[in-house]
Design a protein around this ligand. Structure first.
Ligand SMILES: [Zn+2]
Ligand SMILES: [Zn+2]
Length: 463
């Protein structure tokens, strides 16, 4: 059906006097008796059309029904049934409302049944939100050391700048949606069992939950009634220095906008890829560094690493300083920057200075290979050079064996031994005390005892 107002060439806000006048004018023009023979057929159709339009628009009740539903076939504000899918008026009315306030919605319901749909008290109702968007990136330890700004192009929906989200032209006549009677929600009857139905409140599909409608010719041209338009912009996510992998940067309200909804956030999640040299522990950094035994004893002065900001770090050991197995060289404040607590203002002595963790260099001492000497004399030289006695008196006492208690004949000499590295030692599973009692009662245990026997003894070559 064409728009009845357009047929009568009047505005949708026309008074009944204006409608009457318009009808009379058109009826005269298209009256079959007033036109030529050739024009008669077209004129008859046109005359019928304007008469029908007039009949509806001149009667207050019919016009109201037509304004709301776009038809006069008698669909009233009945609850929307499950089977009743789709919206027959979509083509005629675009859903929309001008500056619709969520408040209006709830006030309406408060006055009606004492509560909003769903039965929850009004204060507990949260404004609906558009979805958050998530972005995942991987950063390097260098990035986290220096801080990084990640730029990303964002295309999102924003509320139409022309219609301010109503979807309709500025001067459009906004009418209360007849389906939901302006509430934005309709009752939906759901069958839950034989003879059993339940009522839910769902968003009105005619007005898309806003409670107001307008005529299709009043649709906003910019957003074509969608109420939102696309916006593309560059977003900047700032990863503060000292951040850790697994943290997030949240840009509040940068997700899609939608009228009546709170705008969601864009969340950038970042992970840190493992570094080849550095291991991070809290705000401290660890590296392993290998030196020779001579360096451990006589010291060294050299660049040992390239730091995360590109600086070279040179270590000069003071003369006479000995590096021992298990030693770490600790360089204060050369670790990661301590992430500033944004909740504390630096004005009040929060984190005004740049704090840094420490750098630990784990010293790995490489001993010379067997038969390292060039001449046998070298061994004598080093024996004479290095102290030959243990430093701790307790160690000396503990390891001194009373020679009187050991006659020479009772001493066995072992020199063809093997050296077992700590990581190559046999693995032992400790038996729990409760289990030990069972061993002699279980048949298979006897056989394993038999296998153990003499072969299990350590082999030692004797000289
Ligand atoms: Zn618009
Ligand atoms: Zn509605």
């Amino acid at each position: 059906m064409s728009d009845l107002y357009e047929i009568l060439e009047v505005d949708s806000s026309a008074t009944s006097v204006e409608i009457k006048r318009a009808y009379r004018k058109l009826a005269l023009r298209y009256h079959p008796d007033k036109v030529t023979e050739e024009e008669r057929e077209t004129a008859e159709l046109k005359f019928k059309e304007i008469s029908q339009a007039y009949e509806i628009l001149i009667e207050e009740d019919k016009r109201k029904e037509y304004d709301i539903y776009g038809t006069t076939d008698g669909r009233g504000g009945r609850p929307e049934y499950e089977e009743f899918n789709g919206n027959p008026f979509d083509n005629f009315y675009g859903g929309g409302a001008q500056n619709f306030e969520q408040e209006d919605f709830y006030n309406f319901f408060n006055g009606m049944n004492g509560g909003p749909p769903g039965g929850a008290p009004r204060s507990a109702q949260r404004k609906p939100r558009t979805d958050d968007a998530e972005l995942d990136v991987t950063v390097t330890l260098e990035d986290l050391f220096k801080g990084k700004i990640i730029k990303s192009t964002s295309t999102r929906n924003i509320i139409c700048t022309t219609c301010k989200g109503s979807g309709a032209k500025k001067n459009a006549v906004m009418k209360t949606c007849g389906i939901c009677e302006g509430s934005g929600t309709v009752r939906k009857i759901r069958r839950v069992g034989p003879g059993l139905v339940t009522q839910d409140y769902v968003e009105c599909s005619t007005c898309h939950g806003v409670g107001k409608i307008y005529r299709s010719k009043d649709t906003c041209k910019k957003c074509t009634g969608k109420r939102v338009i696309e916006e593309t912009k560059i977003l900047e996510f700032e990863i503060p220095k000292g951040s850790e992998g697994g943290e997030k940067v949240v840009l509040k309200g940068e997700s899609d906008e939608y009228p009546g909804k709170e705008t969601g956030d864009i969340v950038l999640k970042f992970e840190c890829e493992p570094h080849k040299v550095f291991t991070r522990k809290g705000d401290d950094l660890y590296i392993k560094y290998k030196i020779s035994l001579v360096e451990a004893l006589s010291g060294f002065s050299k660049v040992v690493l390239k730091h995360l900001d590109g600086r070279g770090i040179k270590i000069s050991t003071p003369t006479g300083k000995v590096i021992r197995p298990g030693d770490f060289i600790k360089i204060k404040y050369e670790g990661m920057p301590v992430k500033k607590d944004s909740s504390k203002s630096s004005w009040f002595g929060g984190n005004s200075a740049d704090k840094r963790g420490d750098l630990y260099i784990e010293m790995d001492i490489e001993f010379p290979k067997d038969n390292w000497y060039l001449e046998k004399n070298d061994i004598t030289k080093i024996k004479n050079l290095l102290p030959n006695e243990l430093q701790s008196k307790r160690d000396i006492e503990k390891q001194t064996i009373d020679k009187g208690s050991l006659p020479e004949a009772n001493i066995e000499v072992f020199s063809d031994f093997t050296i077992a590295r700590a990581n190559a030692l046999p693995e032992y599973t400790e038996k729990k005390k409760e289990e030990q009692g069972h061993h002699f009662y279980e048949g298979d245990e006897y056989s394993s005892y038999g296998r153990a026997g003499p072969g299990a003894q350590p082999e030692c070559a004797q000289q």
